[in-house]
Design a protein around this ligand. Structure first.
Ligand code: SF4
Length: 277
């Protein structure tokens, strides 16, 4: 496999994802989120277009089983600013239409321009929203405003496309109270997780929020858990933050799950792919 590859999140023992493939139409991302987990990719801020992408996509699609789940994208956003101009993701959707696959779109971008294609695919869309506009300007400086993303969820729902809200990550002392987003969107499923830190994201976050340095050194580095290459919050702290999302979802009758937390949930899948028929 070349551009559509089996999903393997660093062989994380905490990953509860169903078997799926991962596909990134672009390499790198323009949104520059401070907490981004993909900055291990060299030159990540410099978005690149893959050579001969469409031919490579077709070649890989010929090899994967019928009804396979493809997650687009896990390490770069499929709707970067330039997608409007290049339409690379759109062209990939046109190709996907010719194959029997299930597609999970994961984005912060405005996917509504492709509703016509998504409606004709077995698909669901997961939109990441973490905070209000004021905080987003710092946390996710180049991504579409949270209010736009909320509208995107509404338009997808109106078009009958299953929606997932990715309230992820929950960042201690920054967006712990972002439960209002769940009420605003009322998606079909909510997936959430707490911020995991690597040294590069730690530096980016404390440079934007200097008051966090002491707290994070205490919470993550001194008292947290080191799982593979990530510093996690102490488990009781993570459970406390996740419980707030759980309670809000239960109050609204929404299905919910946690991503790589080692905390149980009842939903049929963590990523919301169970919604795709
Ligand atoms: S949108 Fe996703 S891939 Fe892009 S910078 Fe933000 S977290 Fe990273």
């Amino acid at each position: 496999m070349d551009v559509i590859r089996p999903f393997d999140p660093w062989k994380s023992k905490l990953c509860t994802c169903p078997q799926k493939y991962s596909f990134n139409p672009y390499t790198g991302c323009q949104y520059n989120c401070l907490y981004c987990y993909s900055t291990y990719i060299p030159n990540f801020k410099n978005l690149r277009i893959k050579k001969n992408l469409f031919k490579r996509v077709v070649k890989d699609l010929e090899k994967i089983p019928k009804n396979a789940l493809i997650s687009m994208s896990n390490s770069s956003d499929p709707y970067p600013i330039v997608e409007k101009k290049y339409g690379i993701t759109r062209k990939c959707l046109e190709i996907f239409k010719e194959y029997d696959i299930r597609l999970l779109v994961v984005t912060k971008g405005d996917v509504t321009r492709d509703i016509d294609l998504l409606s004709n695919l077995k698909s669901a869309v997961s939109i990441t929203i973490t905070c209000d506009t004021k905080i987003a300007k710092i946390l996710e400086p180049n991504a579409p405003e949270p209010s736009i993303r909320i509208e995107v969820i509404k338009k997808l729902k109106d078009a009958g496309i299953p929606t997932i809200l990715r309230l992820d990550p929950i960042i201690p002392f920054v967006n712990e109270n972002a439960l209002w987003i769940i009420e605003k969107c009322e998606p079909d499923h909510v997936v959430t997780s707490t911020l995991k830190l690597r040294w590069d994201s730690f530096k980016r976050i404390i440079s934007a929020f200097p008051f966090l340095e002491k707290k994070y050194r205490e919470l993550y580095i001194k008292n947290g858990e080191k799982i593979q290459n990530y510093f996690y919050l102490p488990k009781n702290y993570r459970t406390k933050l996740l419980s707030k999302v759980k309670e809000k979802c239960e109050e609204l009758g929404l299905s919910y799950a946690f991503c790589r937390e080692g905390v149980n949930f009842k939903a049929k899948s963590c990523d919301g792919s169970h919604l795709i028929n």
